[in-house]
Design a protein around this ligand. Structure first.
Ligand code: GRF
Length: 207
């Protein structure tokens, strides 16, 4: 299966996918495109280091959001990608891209949706909110993407205990290492194997 990975920052989730295509559970998966919302994203360096074509598409660089959305949809379609993976991608997708890839876009969110998600809840913020609320577990969620933030059917979740003395930074690192970098590749595997179905906005995995 061919996938496009959308990024905005460090690209550690992209790296986890790359590593799994080389020596892990994604050997038959081809990353045909990395699309970044920022020209300075280190994820672009990770793509270049692995010979993966990349493109920067910032809504601000286009006359309108509609044109940005249309050109994004066309760019991904031309790449041959069958699945879009949002990996640390911070922009809301446009309706044309979402409808062209209906139920074929997944996102990794660094909290257990529906907790600590929605507009503005990205990066370190979900972890700060989790510690401020005093939750005893947190984790990450892979969900299908629609036109709203963090709103589509939940596919996979993985939790970790919140430990005494945790800071937002230590919690974020543990969730990335023990949750994000594991369930995002696993979600791609399940979809590639045709083991995922969606009914009434609920995602089901058939092992
Ligand atoms: C991660 O916490 C991810 O869950 C969130 O963005 C952060 C950075 O991801 N979506 P990455 O290192 O750019 O993959």
């Amino acid at each position: 299966m061919k996938i496009a990975v959308f990024v905005s920052g460090g690209g550690t989730n992209l790296q986890a996918i790359i590593d799994n295509t080389k020596t892990g559970i994604l050997k038959d998966i081809e990353i045909v495109l990395v699309l970044s919302s920022s020209p300075s994203a280190y994820a672009l360096t990770r793509a270049a280091d692995n010979g993966i074509p990349s493109v920067v598409m910032r809504a601000a660089d286009y006359p309108s959001r509609e044109q940005w959305d249309s050109e994004m949809a066309e760019c991904v379609q031309k790449s041959g990608a069958e699945l879009i993976v949002l990996a640390g991608y911070l922009s809301l997708l446009g309706p044309k891209t979402v409808s062209m890839y209906s139920n074929r876009i997944i996102n990794i969110h660094p909290a257990l949706i529906p907790s600590f998600c929605g507009a503005g809840m990205y990066g370190i913020k979900p972890h700060k909110a989790a510690l401020a609320r005093g939750v005893k577990v947190s984790g990450a969620t892979v969900h299908f993407v629609n036109e709203n933030y963090d709103d589509g059917p939940i596919l996979l979740q993985k939790s970790v205990d919140v430990l005494p003395g945790d800071t937002p930074e230590t919690l974020q690192k543990r969730i990335m290492q023990e949750c994000e970098w594991k369930i995002l590749p696993k979600a791609i595997r399940l979809i590639a194997d045709g083991k995922v179905s969606i009914e009434n906005n609920i995602a089901y995995v058939t092992e």
